[in-house]
Design a protein around this ligand. Structure first.
Ligand SMILES: [Zn+2]
Length: 624
C-alpha cells in the first residue's frame, strides 16, 4: 500500500470515529432532519409485527449522511451497498458489529439489482429503501419498483430543477457526477411514482419520501406542493444550497424558458439526458422496460415512441453464438479497479462472460509487464522441450505463439529447432522486450489486425488466450484462416463451468464481486467450445483434460486449500508493482533434460477426452 492510501485510510477511520461520536451526542446522522422524518413515517407506515429490513444503496461509510445507521443500531436487518472501495471498507467495518447487517461492494445496475436483492433474501415488500448514488438513481428506482414494493423510500432528487420540468440523466453504467448534472427532477419522480402506484409524501430539500398508494394514498401531495414546501420556500435554502446560485434563475423562469436555459446549461452533455415539460418527454416506460429487461414479459404496449437504447451489452446478442440476447445474470466480478461486471450466462450456448465486456484499454492496463516475467526460464525451457519432443517429428515450418508475452517460449523453440518462430502480443512493453532483447519477430495487437497471409503457419499455439480476449470467435476464425491445410492449432482453454464455479461461490458467500484472476472474460462450457470449433471449420484431432485435482476440489470431491478464497480478493491495479520496467528474476539452474521430463510428466497426467470435471482442456485442432 502506498503512503497516500495509508493516509487516506487512516483519515477515513478517524473521520468515522468522529462521526460516530457526533452521532452519540446528537442522536442524528443524516443530512438534516431526514432521520426524524423517516422515523415518524416508519412508525406510521411500516408494520411492527414483521421483520424490518432497510436496503441502503449508496450507503457510503454507513454512518456519515446515513439515513439507515439509526435503523442498524436498532437491530434492523440491513443491506448496505457501496461501490467505492474505500467507503466500502469502512462500511463493512461498521457493520461487523451488527449481526443483521450485511455490506455489499457493488456498483448497482438496473438489470441486475433484482438478482442482487434476491441473492440477499430481501423480501418483496421490505420496509425501507434509501437510495442515493448520485447518478442512475432514477433507473435503479424504476427497476426496483418493477419487482419490489418497499413500504417507504427516501431518495435523492436533483433539487435544482422545479416542476413541471422533467429532467432525467440517461442511463450510463459508467456515470460520473458533473456540476449540477446528475439524477432527475421531482416532476420526473412524480411520473415514475404514478406508473408504479406510489406517491410523494414530502420533500426535505433534496430528499424525497415516497410510499405505495395502498399504505399512504390519502397523504400524497403533488410535485409542485412538495417542491414549494420542501425546497423553494425554505428560509435557509440559499444558505444551505449556496452552490446552486448559478441555476437559481430556474425558480423564476417559465417552464418553457427553464427548459431552454437547461439546454444551454447542459450543452456539453447534449444527448445524455431527457428534458421536457410533459410526462411524455421522458421516453415511454414500456419501451425502456423491454429494452432494459428483455427477460420480462412485455407489458401491454402503449403509444409508439422511439426505442431507447442503453449502452449496456445486455441487449446485444451473445458474443459467441450471436443468438442469445437475454443472458441470465449469475453474479458479478471485478478486474481489480473499481469497475464491476455482471457474470452472465447465454441461455443458447451456455457461455458465461463478463458483461459489459471490458474495453481494450481496461485490458491493457490489467496486464502489466510484471505479469509476464516471473517464470521466463520455465517458458524458455518448455519451448525447447516442445522443439525436441514434438516439433522434431515434423518438417520445420512456421510457428506462431498467440499471446507470447515476453517471447521466451518461442525463444526456446528457436534455439532447439529449425522452425521459424513468430509471436503476437497485446502489451506494448512485452512486445518491445521480445524484439529488442530477444530479437524475435513479435507483432503487437490483436491477431486479426495483423493480416498474416492465408495458410501461412504450420503450428499455432494459443495457450490460455481464448478466455482473455474480447472476441474469441473471430480469433478462432482468424487462426483457421492463417493455418496451413495440414497445420495444427494447439489450444489450451479452461473448462468454463469449473473455472467460474468458485467465482460464483465467492460472490454468493461474501456478496462481494470476486477478482476474475488472470483476467478471464469468458467461461466456455464444453458444448460451447465444440460449437465454436465447428463454426470456425476446425476439427478436433486430439483432446485432453488436465487440472483434474483442482477440478475435483472445486466440485467438492477432493480436499482443497482452506484459503482458496484469497485468490478472489480484488487487488488494485498496479499492486504487482508500480515499476513499469520488466525485471526478470534470477534463473534457476536445471539439468538439460528437466523441462523435457516436466512436459512428458504433464502429458502423462492428462486424461484423454474433454472431461467435465477437469479444470483445463488441451485440444489439437486441424482444418476441416
Ligand atoms: Zn451464446
Amino acid at each position: 500500500m502506498n503512503l497516500s492510501k495509508i493516509v487516506q485510510r487512516q483519515s477515513g477511520r478517524l473521520d468515522l470515529t468522529l462521526q460516530k461520536a457526533r452521532y452519540s451526542l446528537r442522536r442524528r446522522f443524516s443530512h438534516s432532519d431526514e432521520q426524524q422524518i423517516l422515523k415518524q413515517y416508519i412508525d406510521e407506515l411500516v408494520p411492527k409485527d414483521r421483520p424490518r429490513t432497510v436496503v441502503d444503496i449508496g450507503a457510503g461509510n454507513g454512518v456519515r449522511w446515513s439515513n439507515s445507521y439509526a435503523l442498524v443500531l436498532e437491530g434492523w436487518n440491513a443491506l448496505g451497498i457501496e461501490a467505492d472501495t474505500h467507503k466500502y471498507d469502512l462500511l463493512s467495518q461498521v457493520y461487523r458489529r451488527f449481526p443483521n447487517a450485511k455490506a455489499c461492494h457493488r456498483r448497482v445496475q438496473p438489470d441486475s439489482i433484482k438478482t442482487l436483492l434476491e441473492n440477499f433474501d430481501v423480501d418483496k415488500d421490505f420496509s425501507v429503501l434509501c437510495l442515493d448514488i448520485d447518478g442512475n438513481d432514477y433507473w435503479i428506482l424504476d427497476a426496483i419498483l418493477s419487482s419490489f414494493r418497499p413500504r417507504l423510500i427516501v431518495t435523492e432528487i436533483n433539487e435544482k430543477i422545479p416542476p413541471p420540468i422533467r429532467f432525467v440523466v440517461k442511463y450510463d453504467p459508467a456515470f460520473k457526477l458533473r456540476h449540477h448534472f446528475y439524477g432527475y427532477s421531482i416532476a420526473a419522480l412524480a411520473d415514475l411514482c404514478a406508473r408504479h402506484d406510489y406517491g410523494i409524501l414530502r420533500l426535505e430539500y433534496n430528499n424525497a419520501f415516497i410510499a405505495p398508494r395502498e399504505l399512504a394514498g390519502e397523504r400524497f401531495i403533488d410535485a409542485s406542493r412538495a417542491y414549494e414546501q420542501g425546497y423553494r420556500n425554505r428560509a435557509d435554502r440559499e444558505k444551505r444550497f449556496s452552490p446552486n446560485f448559478d441555476v437559481d434563475v430556474l425558480l423564476s423562469l417559465s417552464p418553457e424558458d427553464g427548459v431552454e436555459f437547461l439546454r444551454q446549461f447542459y450543452a456539453k452533455d447534449e444527448g445524455n439526458y431527457y428534458l421536457g415539460i410533459k410526462p411524455e418527454d421522458i421516453p415511454n416506460h414500456t419501451d425502456v422496460n423491454t429494452t432494459l429487461f428483455p427477460e420480462r414479459s412485455p407489458q401491454t404496449s402503449r403509444i409508439e415512441r422511439p426505442t431507447v437504447t442503453f449502452s449496456s451489452t445486455r441487449t446485444q446478442p451473445c458474443p459467441i453464438c450471436r443468438i442469445g440476447a437475454a443472458p441470465k445474470t449469475l453474479g458479478a466480478a471485478t478486474l481489480g479497479d473499481e469497475t464491476f461486471f455482471d457474470l452472465v450466462e447465454c441461455e443458447s450456448c451456455g457461455t458465461r462472460y463478463l458483461s459489459p465486456l471490458p474495453s481494450a484499454e481496461q485490458l491493457e492496463n490489467f496486464y502489466e509487464p510484471q505479469y509476464y516475467g516471473s517464470d521466463w526460464f520455465k517458458q524458455r525451457g518448455l519451448g525447447s522441450a516442445l522443439a525436441q519432443l514434438d516439433l522434431a517429428k515434423r518438417e520445420p515450418g512456421n510457428f506462431l505463439d498467440v499471446g507470447c508475452g515476453l517471447g521466451f517460449f518461442i525463444d526456446g523453440v528457436r534455439s532447439h529447432s529449425k522452425w521459424r518462430v513468430f509471436g503476437v502480443e497485446l502489451t506494448t512493453a512485452a512486445v518491445e522486450f521480445a524484439r529488442a532483447e530477444l530479437g524475435l519477430e513479435v507483432s503487437q495487437g490483436e491477431l486479426s489486425e495483423l493480416e498474416y497471409p492465408d495458410a501461412f503457419f504450420d503450428y499455432i499455439q494459443m495457450h490460455n488466450v481464448l478466455e482473455h480476449v474480447r472476441d474469441p470467435m473471430s480469433l478462432l476464425k482468424e487462426a483457421r484462416r492463417i493455418l496451413k491445410p495440414n497445420g495444427s492449432l494447439h489450444l489450451r482453454v479452461p473448462n468454463g463451468i469449473i473455472d467460474s464455479r468458485d467465482l460464483l461461490k465467492f460472490f454468493r458467500d461474501r456478496g462481494v464481486p470476486p477478482f476474475s484472476k488472470s483476467g478471464h472474460l469468458f467461461f466456455f462450457p464444453k458444448r460451447a467450445l465444440l460449437w465454436m470449433f465447428a463454426e470456425a471449420s476446425l476439427e478436433i484431432a486430439e483432446a485432453h483434460t488436465y487440472g483434474i485435482r483442482r477440478g475435483l476440489a472445486t466440485l467438492g470431491l477432493w480436499p482443497r486449500l482452506k484459503d482458496w478464497k484469497r485468490h478472489y480478493l480484488a487487488k488494485p491495479f498496479g499492486s504487482n508493482g508500480a515499476n513499469p520496467q520488466i525485471s526478470l528474476p534470477r534463473e534457476k539452474s536445471r539439468p538439460p533434460f528437466y523441462y523435457r521430463y516436466r512436459m512428458i510428466r504433464m502429458n502423462s497426467r492428462m486424461l484423454s477426452g474433454m472431461r467435465e470435471f477437469g479444470l483445463d482442456y488441451q485440444i489439437v485442432l486441424t482444418p476441416k
